[in-house]
Design a protein around this ligand. Structure first.
Ligand code: HPA
Ligand code: ZN
Length: 326
């Protein structure tokens, strides 16, 4: 349709993409072979067939297993370049990538191996595809705050490559308050802050991310709709939510895409954005998320334009560069 072509062609920023979640089954098998690793699935098809999730944790278990094939700097480069090519094809002109150092350092991979591979891919993406990008270091919230402090210390020699910190993994039972001190340290180092909150967790976790972690964006945040005072806060402050519609359906936050609250949030003036989260696992990159959401929620071309504008407004690019992108 004409609306679909319009949506596909809009320049966009992607702000919620876990780079380890862009690892396609084909690349998992290729890297396993290159690194002499035996996978517990016999084939690409068998692995893909296991991507049937009931909630966040059921996904995380298989996501961390998939990431175990990443060993060398070249592996991280290849993974990120595959993502950047897909992003460019979807008119993503700027991307802010989450990466999970602890998933790799726990297996004995040096944080420099991870970051150097990603940084080399960022340079190639800019030169070859015209895609600009930034890196956001995420702490795994199922691990301790001490562990997060250790990770931040290991990252300090690479701080010029990192725009901010985030918080991901198992949400319920691991509230933002658990990471108050390490986020304060990161902010003191000049880093921006974001956090996953209100994906499966309650509105109280969104309040905690705002008032205790002092984040500049909320990742997901869809549960905020259950708290009217919180909704008003998000609207009044133009606090961005990086929403991931296909992810929410795959992880059973919503049964059907048509049930998603993104349209309501947008209509009320919340700065919502559309993102792919873990596209290799959730069945679609940026344009698939955009097109399916616009169709399922009966959004208009003006709504789509607003969503794309929100993605630049919510990004960490400086004002001049942002004006040029919009
Ligand atoms: N939520 C929490 N942690 C994650 C996600 C997510 O959607 N994707 C990768 N790690
Ligand atoms: Zn996420």
């Amino acid at each position: 349709t004409a609306l679909e072509s319009f949506v596909r062609g809009l320049p966009k920023a992607e702000l919620h993409i876990h780079i380890e979640g862009s690892l396609e089954p084909e690349l998992i098998f290729q890297l396993a072979k290159r690194n002499g690793i035996t996978l517990s699935y016999p084939s690409v098809e068998a692995l893909r067939a296991a991507y049937a999730f009931t909630d966040l944790q059921s996904f995380l278990d298989i996501y961390y297993a998939g990431a175990s094939v990443l060993i060398t700097e070249q592996d991280f480069y290849d993974m990120a370049m595959a993502y950047f090519r897909r992003a460019a094809a979807d008119q993503v002109i700027h991307a802010e990538l989450f990466f999970d150092p602890q998933t790799h350092t726990e297996r004995g991979i040096a944080i420099g191996t991870v970051i150097n591979g990603l940084v080399r891919a960022q340079a190639a993406a800019k030169a070859e595809l015209g895609v600009t990008s930034a890196l956001i270091l995420c702490f795994l919230r199922h691990l301790s705050e001490d562990d997060a402090f250790k990770t931040l210390a290991e990252a300090e020699p690479f701080l010029q490559h990192i725009v901010g910190v985030g918080l991901d993994s198992s949400e319920v039972g691991h509230p933002p308050e658990k990471f108050a001190r390490v986020f304060a340290k990161a902010r003191a180092l000049g880093l921006r802050a974001v956090a996953h909150a209100g994906e499966e967790g309650p509105p109280a976790y969104v309040w905690g991310a705002l008032d205790v972690l002092h984040v500049q964006r909320i990742d997901h945040g869809v549960q905020s709709i259950r708290d009217e005072q919180l909704m008003q806060r998000l609207i009044d402050t133009r606090m961005p939510l990086t929403v991931c519609p296909l992810s929410n359906v795959k992880l059973c936050v919503y049964k059907h895409l048509a049930d998603h609250n993104l349209g309501q949030m947008l209509a009320r003036g919340v700065c919502v954005t559309i993102n792919s989260d873990d596209p290799a696992y959730f069945g679609g990159y940026m344009n698939q998320n955009f097109v399916e959401t616009v169709m399922a929620l009966n959004l208009t071309a003006a709504d789509a334009r607003q969503l794309a504008a929100n993605s630049f407004e919510a990004s960490f690019v400086d004002a001049d560069a942002r004006a040029a992108m919009m």
